[in-house]
Design a protein around this ligand. Structure first.
Ligand code: SF4
Length: 182
């Protein structure tokens, strides 16, 4: 694990925004790019973006919009990238062992969805919820941010589709708060 990286201990400490300095540039390697308004090139999953330098820095970071990489600006891992790199893989990455590339991509895909749901619940927590709703919200957060650290295996086994449905169902029942406070 990288020196100085703050390991997440509780759901409240979760950082749901990117810390690219603690990540292995996963979004620049694991995804497919289709040449379009979003990306100026076609790129296969697992292929390193030609704009990524050997230190993990984007060599066109400030010119991405003008050079046709709007998709990179729009993408947000919600903090899943650094957690996959530092917590799930202990700081090791595809640079150390190319065989980790797809495994890190799989872990990122699940953890990003989990973080997305946590972001939604974070917004819901700001509503004037009644005690039962607050209890249900806390229960959902515990499912999405368990006390045990995420591993490759636990992410693979996590029923992310079901959890996403549970969160959507819960949020849909909060409409009354939004209308009242709107
Ligand atoms: S253009 Fe830059 S930010 Fe986008 S994938 Fe390539 S290296 Fe990453």
């Amino acid at each position: 694990m990288k020196r100085g990286y703050q390991l997440t201990k509780t759901a409240d400490e979760l950082v749901l925004e990117p810390q690219c300095e603690n990540c292995a540039a996963l979004c620049c390697v694991v995804f497919v790019f289709d040449k379009s308004e979003s990306f100026a090139i076609d790129k296969a999953a697992g292929e390193v973006c030609p704009n990524l330098d050997t230190c993990g820095k984007c060599t066109i970071f400030r010119e991405r919009e003008t050079l046709g990489f709007r998709g990179c600006i729009a993408y947000d891992c919600h903090g899943a990238g650094q957690r996959v790199t530092q917590e799930v893989f202990g700081g090791r990455s595809w640079r150390d062992d190319p065989i980790l590339m797809n495994r890190m991509g799989d872990a990122l895909s699940v953890l990003r969805q989990i973080h997305e749901q946590l972001l939604l619940l974070g917004a819901a927590a700001k509503l004037p919820l009644d005690p039962d709703e607050r209890l249900e919200l806390s229960g959902l957060r515990q499912i999405l941010a368990p006390e045990t650290d995420w591993s490759e295996e636990s992410l693979k086994a996590f029923p992310v589709a079901r959890a996403t449905r549970q969160v959507a169902d819960f949020l849909s029942r909060l409409r009354r708060h939004v209308q009242l406070s709107g």
